[in-house]
Design a protein around this ligand. Structure first.
Ligand SMILES: O=C(CO)[C@@H](O)[C@H](O)COP(=O)(O)O
Length: 229
């Protein structure tokens, strides 16, 4: 079980450089299986990463095996696993376009069908962390601010967030799906920026009917439209 989980998480992490989502050791991917979370080790270059380097931790953050240290973002991943039912994979990157919107503290408007095929509504940006939250358990507080941002939103319908002054986190039913959502987020972040430039301030949001049609067609009639269950 653990070797298969480690291999899945290793392969998902290796998709980040493949899709150009990271530079150096930035970013990390994890996957939850029951009460065990497998996550990228901290500070390891992707071209040096091996499946056996993936770190196994409990949901309380305890390290389950001797080896490397888990990603410094572990507590953010764990807080999302604790609060977002149905999420079993999480990706964090510093991908250029999504991180630029996060640094600007701006939501990415749902402006086109590419967005609507994967994300039901705007991509929210969190508030900035307070000085106390920054001085304290920064990574845990980052997770708490993300959960706070999703009050009234269904994280299964909006599988991504921008953390202000930091960068994107995406999630899904597996590590691989969370990476796919990170690729989508980076693409729509770029297209939304270009659209805003072309429109001189836009992009305008797409019609709700078109957002419904595209999201519903891809996710089925039982899709929850951005509202908590
Ligand atoms: O967001 C950050 C640092 O700002 C981290 O995600 C690093 O980019 C990667 O840290 P490790 O996973 O290697 O600890």
């Amino acid at each position: 079980m653990k070797d298969e989980l480690k291999r899945r998480v290793y392969e998902a992490n290796m998709l980040l450089p493949k899709y150009g989502l990271i530079t150096f050791t930035w970013g990390n991917v994890s996957e939850r299986e029951g009460d065990v979370v497998a996550i990228k080790p901290s500070g390891v270059e992707y071209d040096a990463l091996r499946p056996e380097d993936i770190v196994l931790v409990g949901m309380d953050g305890s390290i389950l095996e001797d080896g490397l240290n888990p990603s410094s973002d572990l507590e953010t991943h764990l807080e999302l696993y604790r609060n977002f039912e149905g999420v079993a994979g999480i990706t964090h990157t510093h991908s250029e376009w999504a991180t630029s919107w996060a640094q600007a503290g701006m939501d990415i408007p749902a402006a086109g069908t590419t967005h609507a095929d994967y994300i039901y509504g705007d991509v929210p940006c969190t508030r900035g962390l307070t000085p106390g939250e920054i001085r304290g358990a920064y990574e845990l507080n980052t997770g708490k601010v993300i959960v706070e941002t999703f009050a009234g939103l269904d994280p299964l319908a909006v599988p991504c967030v921008l953390v202000k002054n930091h960068g994107p986190f995406t999630w899904g039913a597996s590590a691989a799906e969370s990476v796919r959502n990170a690729v989508v987020l980076e693409q729509i972040a770029k297209m939304a920026f270009v659209g805003r430039t072309l429109q001189g301030g836009g992009p305008e949001r797409m019609p709700q009917s078109l957002l419904d049609k595209h999201y519903l067609r891809k996710h089925g009639k039982n899709a929850y439209y951005g509202q908590k269950k």
